[in-house]
Design a protein around this ligand. Structure first.
Ligand SMILES: [Cu+2]
Length: 290
């Protein structure tokens, strides 16, 4: 189930306001599911959970615990109940209770289903060209940005999880500000690729980009043919699955990559624990100012 537009609007308004005094915007949901894996430091567990009415469909994804103690004694296969707390800038579990244990299905390992036949790009190799439409409805290709370093990430504008796409948007917002500070001497283009073209039309992307203060000289939102985008994204390690009964229900991981000015892949970041400073430092070191 999709999160309501009203709630999304509240989320985006709050993040625009730096989240100050946002305690009234904490939401809680009951989560029931099976733990597929727990990190050694107990900070995160991959959980396959049932639908969370009013918030998200059944899916498998990593969840942080507010306190790592919550995951102590929890092992793969455990069936749990927990409370999912969603705040404007983060989501986490509290009150994790083990209610049983069941064998894990053979195919489960916490990894999303592999997109069959797609191969990861090799570091240093050229990134295949891709055709996009941007937030102004213009047709652009990856190769349109040749001559600029490109920092690319994959998102959809209605993603409900604060630590997923909305965090990528915030990181890109910060990178844009830092690039502008020095007149973009790094000659770097920020590229947010939506894998949800059915919803993310140019008009929707434009509204989203404007709300984030995206300056189109530095930061483009693009999408394209859904299957082509999925395939292109998979080269970076992006895995996207959509519920069969509702293709708007999207489960995805996060990848952010740096492409050099000649169009070669030079770096890929997994997940959401990279920082804008780190990525721009890597652009500076690996590609340079020239
Ligand atoms: Cu997302």
């Amino acid at each position: 189930m999709r999160i309501s537009m009203a709630f999304l609007l509240v989320l985006s308004l709050l993040s625009a306001a730096c989240g100050g005094g946002a305690s009234g915007d904490r939401k809680e949901y009951k989560l029931q599911g099976q733990v597929l894996s727990v990190q050694a430091d107990h900070k995160q567990a991959v959980i396959r959970h049932e639908e969370i009415p009013g918030f998200m469909s059944a899916m498998t994804m990593p969840y942080s615990a507010l306190d790592p103690k919550e995951y102590e004694g929890i092992v793969a296969g455990d069936l749990i109940n927990a409370t999912l707390v969603v705040e404007p800038t983060k989501a986490y579990l509290v009150s994790v209770h083990r209610v049983g244990n069941a064998p894990l299905a053979v195919a489960d390992g916490g990894t999303p289903p592999a997109a069959s036949g797609f191969e990861l790009l090799t570091m240093g190799a050229p990134v295949p060209d891709a055709a996009f439409v941007d937030q102004d409805g213009n047709h652009v290709n990856l190769s349109s940005f040749r001559g600029e370093a490109v920092v690319v990430t994959f998102i959809y504008t209605s993603c409900p999880m604060p630590e997923f796409c909305p965090l990528m948007d915030k990181h890109f917002q910060k990178m844009q500000a830092k690039l502008k500070e020095n007149g973009n001497i790094l000659r770097t283009r920020l590229l947010s690729v939506s894998f949800d073209p059915a919803v993310d039309t140019p008009a929707v992307m434009k509204t989203h980009a404007d709300a984030l203060g995206a300056d189109k000289r530095l930061w483009s939102f693009v999408t394209g043919d859904r299957d082509e985008i999925d395939k292109w994204a998979s080269g970076f390690g992006v895995s996207i699955s959509r519920a069969t009964n509702d293709p708007r229900d999207i489960t995805h991981n996060l990848r952010t990559a740096i492409i050099d000015r000649q169009g070669n892949l030079v770096q890929v970041y997994n997940g959401n624990d990279w920082t804008p400073e780190q990525v721009l430092a890597d652009v500076r070191v690996m590609i340079g100012v020239d």
